[in-house]
Design a protein around this ligand. Structure first.
Ligand code: OSB
Ligand code: MG
Length: 370
């Protein structure tokens, strides 16, 4: 049994090695809210994947800080004992939404649970891989030569799949240029919800570029129009933003809105919900892969463990630490070996906080006794 004793929040800011531009904006620094829970003499960590502004999702580090401090904390104070982390979603169910805030707390509880069992997380979930295939998500570049040289560099490092961020006006031309220069590369695109039916001609051109998938072309909460678009294109549609729960995943598959699902445990409200999507995907023979949110080593470790499950069959948005940060707040850094990221084998997340760097990059923190 786990009896929770303390909750801490840390807001950190890390410079990105290169600015990351998407259809919804450009980020130069990564702001992350880290959660730690203490129980039975063990500290567990979770990272909230909410961004600094409400662009990918309406959640932000500030909404998550508020919801965890003012709403999740009091619930945990009156419900401090858990036999298993999968009990947490029901305990937090009085809070509607705020998936990313809840997921970060659940992640910390999983880390504690696995550390107490002295097992790496992936052993608890039935993970079957010792290393996970790594893809890389390439932001919108200032021009095509910069894009080609970025892609060339990542292919040379061994990344197994290149995902190009697109938006109207930065799509057919850059994607064709990459396809022509690297005819054999496994390529996909991610629109982050920037397209509508008026862009159908561009989407039809992309359909001829030999892409593995087109990720979230239409609105962030849409299923129906993606189902209609799916019938117009031969390239599989993958949904990211639209899949907010296992229920939504079932609806999407019933409607034919996607043939591939990008799983982000934070977006769906935690690991327990992500595992439910994984079960559904296995039943339906729907390929999964693990998305990323430019996480620090804490969030990335969780993604790596999740990506070891049998239904995760496509390369992930899980790249080496140095693709994101010069110095991370967790050790050891993730490195690429033959296009794969080795899975940490130590108990729990299998990475440790570097307190020096955490405190140096920390802009705010608070601890409560539960
Ligand atoms: O849509 O997958 C996305 C980063 C921030 C927000 C949304 C997305 C992304 C990425 C980066 O594509 C993936 C990574 O962490 O490497
Ligand atoms: Mg995406």
């Amino acid at each position: 049994m786990i009896r929770l004793e303390r909750l801490s929040l840390f807001l950190v800011e890390l410079p990105l090695v290169t600015p990351f531009a998407t259809s919804f904006g450009e980020e130069r620094t990564k702001q992350a809210l880290l959660v730690s829970l203490t129980a039975e003499g063990v500290m567990g960590w979770g990272e909230c994947v909410a961004g600094s502004g409400p662009w990918y999702s309406w959640e932000t580090v500030e909404t998550a800080r508020y919801v965890i401090s003012e709403h999740i904390r009091p619930i945990l104070s009156s419900h401090k004992t858990f036999h298993h982390p999968s009990e947490l979603p029901a305990v937090l169910s009085p809070i509607r939404g705020h998936a990313m805030a809840k997921a970060a707390v659940e992640a910390a509880l999983w880390d504690i649970y696995a550390r107490l069992q002295k097992k790496p997380l992936f052993h608890l979930w039935g993970g079957v891989r010792e290393a996970v295939p790594a893809g890389v998500s390439v932001g919108i570049q200032p021009d095509i030569p910069s894009l080609l040289s970025a892609v060339e560099g990542f292919l040379a490092e061994g990344y197994l799949r290149i995902k190009l961020k697109i938006k109207p006006g930065w799509d057919v031309e850059p994607v064709r240029a990459v396809r022509e220069r690297f005819p054999e590369a496994l390529l996909s695109v991610d629109a982050n919800a920037a397209y509508t039916w008026t862009d159908l001609p561009a989407l039809r051109e992309l359909d001829r570029c030999g892409l593995l998938m087109i990720e979230q072309p239409f609105s962030f909460d849409d299923l129906l129009e993606h189902a209609q678009l799916s019938r117009e294109l031969s390239t599989p549609i993958c949904l990211d933003e639209s899949i907010t729960s296992a229920r939504r995943a079932r609806e999407a598959l019933e409607l034919g809105a996607c043939r591939i699902i990008n799983v982000k445990q934070g977006r769906v409200g935690g690991v327990t919900e992500a595992l439910a999507i994984h079960r559904l995907a296995l039943e339906r023979h729907t390929p999964l892969w693990c998305g990323g949110m430019l996480e620090t080593g804490i969030g990335r470790a969780l993604n790596v463990h999740l990506a070891t499950l049998p239904g995760f069959s496509l390369p992930h948005d899980i790249s080496a630490t140095k693709r994101y940060f010069r110095e991370d707040i967790a050790d050891p850094p993730f490195e690429l070996k033959d296009g794969h990221i080795p899975v940490p084998q130590r108990p729990g997340l299998g990475v440790e906080i570097n307190w020096d760097r955490l405190l140096r990059s920390c802009t705010w923190s608070r601890t409560w006794k539960l």
